[in-house]
Design a protein around this ligand. Structure first.
Ligand code: IMP
Ligand code: MG
Length: 185
């Protein structure tokens, strides 16, 4: 694989800034959910790194579950297209205060689909926490209750977000220079 140093246009958010913001979000969530029945739902795979750091700053009793969705009709490094459930929850969410944990809200189509789908199962409350928000790209309006950072309309990777399924492990968020990047064969 190509060394990512060769195609980073810029480090958009460094490791320390991510960690500082996540601590603040965790504290805010802990205050808001003090008397609630919190269930964190991580949307795989992008949300996993954020989830793992965020949950360790949450001090109220918390449950955890996972779901996955796939979008069809979108090319590589594009979102959009239609969304479908590919992994369902194990937990019954009725009477739970559900907080969705996402890496990024881009067009909004994924979150809109997930919200509509989960709402039919009658959780007590249903909110959205996303690390990144690319507001400029929104096609479907969605409520965002906890937002790490608003970012410009650039393709980013690292900290859970992939570039052709690689580099999710990087501890920072970087912008790719598509002129220098070679997709895996
Ligand atoms: P949406 O349905 O358009 O809001 O897209 C959401 C999904 O697209 C995210 O959960 C990511 O998996 C992916 N995505 C959107 N923008 C980026 C990006 O800049 N880098 C990596 N993945 C992205
Ligand atoms: Mg995702």
């Amino acid at each position: 694989m190509q060394d990512y140093h060769n195609f980073i246009a810029e480090i958009l958010i460094d490791e320390q800034s991510i960690q500082t913001r996540i601590k603040e979000l965790g504290e805010e969530i802990s205050r808001d959910y003090k008397t609630k029945n919190l269930l964190l739902i991580c949307i795989l795979r992008g949300g996993i790194v954020f989830l793992v750091d965020l949950m360790r700053h949450i001090t109220v009793p918390t449950q955890l579950d996972f779901m996955a969705v796939s979008s069809y009709g979108a090319g590589a490094r594009q979102s959009g297209g239609s969304v479908r459930l590919s992994l369902d929850l194990k937990t019954d969410i009725r009477n739970k205060d559900v907080l969705l944990v996402e890496d990024i809200v881009d067009s909004g189509n994924t979150i809109a689909y997930v919200l509509e789908f989960l709402q039919t199962r009658q959780p007590r409350s249903l909110k959205v926490c996303t690390l990144l928000d690319k507001e400029e790209r929104r096609e479907t309006p969605v409520p965002i209750h906890y937002r790490g950072f608003s970012i410009p309309n650039k393709f980013v990777f690292g900290y859970g977000l992939d570039l052709d399924e690689y580099y999710r492990n990087l501890p920072f968020i970087a912008v790719v220079d598509l002129k220098k990047y070679q997709p895996p064969a």
